[in-house]
Design a protein around this ligand. Structure first.
Ligand SMILES: Nc1ncnc2c1ncn2[C@@H]1O[C@H](COP(=O)(O)OP(=O)(O)OP(=O)(O)O)[C@@H](O)[C@H]1O
Ligand SMILES: [Mg+2]
Length: 581
């Protein structure tokens, strides 16, 4: 569907505002068009030498002035209504669009988020939606105003004086040509402006997120230059838009005033020769003035519509993206606790733009309440493998079963609520400790929250703070150490009490003694759940009955610690390196 039509279809959700907006538009046009006619009539009524034998001659002057005054007031009231309903409608539509966009970003999967820059997404949510919003009062509510004013004034000009009206139209030809050229040119510039804006946002967001790296590498000036260059290009493009618009509009205005002078000269002669009354000339000049208004507005209209369509294109692109990970339509949506028996059957996965598979033909069976460990070099596919279990991605081959059921047939919400995943990259919300821990279960009691924090070895630290569990954590845990963040994220997952627990390198940032404490506490928790622990450090593996070693996406070694040592392979190699160190 055409983008502008699609934006228009959103306004139909608020028909009352649209209808009231149009009623005010028509009212404003009619009262506006009546004013010059009445003005001319009043001038002729006042002029004792006027030869114009119109009805105004016979009417009371005070009465005519009262009508003129009332028309002025009516026009004002209708203009107010037109502005109010147009703007209110635009804010209502932009709210719907912003909600839809936010909703979509929450529902879109990692195939989308992995390739979309956060800053660019923010630019879409804020700047592009504003571009669409601004199109609504101008392009949708006011366009009939421009259209009616234009044709209304031309018609009345032709009725008033055909010959003068033909001269008046000469400037329209030039204006029309300029307007068409402007639309073509603005389309290209606006697209570039929006792209540059998104780039600027992305740069800003990345820079602020990575400020520690920037400072550590003393790279402030490099970042400042990078930002300044893009900022400069953004400024130039915006100046280009305004410059182009100003040149076009000035030329249009020049043509208008030149035509007006011509009309005054010819019309003045007609008045002197008695071919036209002075009142008619005044009416004519006012209609010219009214005609200039829609012509000038065409410029704004074109600007708003080209901007609206480029912004709309970027918004609808996201709204039309179909998630690759979909929720099965006929799955049971009533929460139930899984037993936790997991089977990976010939599972392979390749990321969209990757050259090779990140997970290759994995067969792995984990019994209910069993605890297994996965190790392997960085990039060997450990995290990808467990993320397939959560359906962050779907296998390109093979299938994963929990309790005998293909996970693609399980409701996504139920699947993910049954799996507690302590992510390798910890994310902490800019909230209190309490809210961070009970994120997955806001109804949890304070006792449960404290219990989870105790197991994760973070309770003592939280308790030492002045506001205890109500202390606020800075954005992404800036006021916490790496180990504290990891422990907080463990507590958050433990609170869910999930039948399947995945710990992805969760103790990499804690010291050896805390790690031992957490491990001990987790060992107590292990009973009654299926646990997958991913780790580089092998010191805790000796007790683990089953260890899988991954290499380039494949599970190359599998078995107990002693078995793997006897295999004399990768595991033994890593183990010896770690123990001799
Ligand atoms: N979102 C992604 N898009 C494309 N490729 C990815 C993505 N995530 C991971 N990869 C690639 O897939 C491979 C496996 O990555 P994965 O994160 O599973 O490794 P890992 O074994 O968990 O490593 P580490 O021990 O460092 O955490 C790597 O080559 C990585 O570059
Ligand atoms: Mg990983």
């Amino acid at each position: 569907m055409n983008i502008l039509l699609r934006i228009t279809s959103y306004t139909l959700k608020f028909k009352l505002y649209l209808i009231l907006g149009y009623i005010c538009t028509v009212g404003a046009v009619i009262s506006y068009l009546l004013i010059p006619e009445l003005l001319g009539g009043i001038v002729d009524r006042i002029d004792p030498n006027s030869t114009n034998e119109s009805i105004y001659k016979s009417l009371n002057l005070t009465f005519l002035l009262i009508i003129l005054f009332s028309l002025g007031c009516t026009r004002g009231a209708f203009s107010y209504g037109q502005n109010y309903y147009g703007e209110a409608l635009s804010f209502k539509v932009s709210k719907v669009l912003r909600d839809q966009l936010y909703d979509k970003t929450q529902k879109l999967d990692f195939y989308f988020h992995d390739k979309t820059h956060t800053g660019e997404m923010m630019s879409r949510v804020i700047v592009d939606i504003e571009g669409i919003r601004m199109f609504i009062p101008m392009g949708i509510v006011r366009s009939p105003y421009v259209f009616l004013m234009f044709f209304g004034s031309i018609t009345l000009l032709l009725i008033k004086n055909f010959e003068l009206a033909i001269y008046a139209c000469s400037f329209l030809v030039l204006s029309g040509f300029l307007a068409a050229r402007m639309r073509l040119k603005l389309r290209q510039i606006w697209l570039k402006v929006q792209e540059k804006n998104a780039e600027l946002n992305a740069l800003l967001q990345e820079n602020l997120n990575g400020i520690k790296v920037v400072k550590a590498f003393y790279a402030e000036s490099h970042q400042i230059n990078k930002f300044s260059n893009t900022n400069e290009e953004f400024k130039e493009l915006n100046i280009n838009v305004e410059n182009f618009r100003a040149i076009t509009m000035t030329t249009v205005l020049f043509a208008y005033w030149a035509t007006l002078a011509l009309i005054l000269a010819i019309g003045g002669l007609k008045v002197i020769n008695g071919e036209m009354s002075i009142g008619d000339l005044i009416s004519f000049m006012f209609y010219m003035q009214l005609l200039a208004m829609p012509v000038r507005m065409i410029g704004w209209l074109l600007n708003a519509s080209t901007r609206g369509s480029t912004c709309g294109k970027r918004i609808f692109e996201v709204l039309d993206t179909k998630p690759q990970i979909t929720n099965p339509s006929n799955a049971n949506t009533n929460f139930y606790k899984m037993k936790g028996e997991i089977i990976f059957k010939n599972v392979s996965h390749q990321f969209p733009d990757a050259k090779s598979e990140s997970v290759k033909d994995v067969n792995l069976s984990i019994k209910k309440n069993q605890s297994i460990s996965i190790t392997g070099e960085a990039g060997s596919g450990k995290s990808t493998l467990v993320q397939l279990l959560l359906r962050f991605y779907d296998p390109s081959n093979g299938a994963i079963y929990i309790d005998g059921k293909n996970i693609k047939d399980i409701d996504l919400g139920i699947l993910r609520k049954n799996i507690g995943y302590v992510h390798q990259d910890v994310f902490i919300f800019n909230e209190t400790f309490k809210n961070n821990i009970c994120y997955g279960n806001p109804a949890a009691s304070m006792d449960k929250i404290i219990e989870a924090a105790q197991i994760a070895q973070i309770h003592e630290y939280i308790n030492s703070l002045p506001d205890k569990y109500n202390s606020l954590i800075s954005e992404n845990g800036a006021n916490l150490s790496g180990g504290q963040k990891q422990r907080l994220s463990i507590a958050r997952t433990l609170l869910l009490d999930p039948p399947i627990l995945i710990l992805d390198d969760s103790t990499s940032s804690v010291d050896a003694s805390t790690e031992k404490d957490i491990q001990k506490a987790i060992n107590k928790l292990i009973s009654g759940r299926t646990v997958i622990t991913i780790a580089h450090k092998l010191n805790n593996f000796q007790q683990s009955s089953n260890i899988a070693v991954m290499n380039k996406g494949e599970i190359t070694e599998y078995g107990s610690h002693d078995h793997l040592i006897n295999l004399n392979g990768i595991y033994k190699n890593i183990y010896e390196l770690q123990t001799t160190n």
